[in-house]
Design a binder for this molecule. Sequence first.
Ligand code: MN
Length: 149
Amino acid sequence: MARILIVEDNALNIKLFCDLLAAHGHRTEAVTDSREALDAGRAFGPDLIITDIQLPHISGIELMEMIRADDKLKSVPIMAVTAYSASGDDERIRAAGAQAYVSKPISVARFVQTVEALLAQPAVTETGAAADAETPDEDGSPDPGLSPG
Ligand code: MN
């Protein structure tokens, strides 16, 4: 079980993301107004933040930069969700602080796979992104040693 904060202004997408993540055993909290995202994140203590890019008031790009500058949230991995994907978006989104992004309309399998990959990898370091979330796992078997809890 992980705690996942969702920042998304579209109610249907919020329902879809929350239902999907709940079905995989995760606890979610959603905010529709990105101006409330930092406070909600500090209070909720998420293991992962999923943010839309096209948001009113504070864009997903700006929000990711704010999260990366926030003492409490800077090490939390971010997955961006974007309705369009133009050339250069990937670099721009990653430069702002996302470890991964998925395009809308989402592929359910890819959405869940990307979430689980981000939750499985080490926390973001001070110097930037953690390992690429899309790196395939060489050994799919569960680690018999340490349990992350
Ligand atoms: Mn939006």
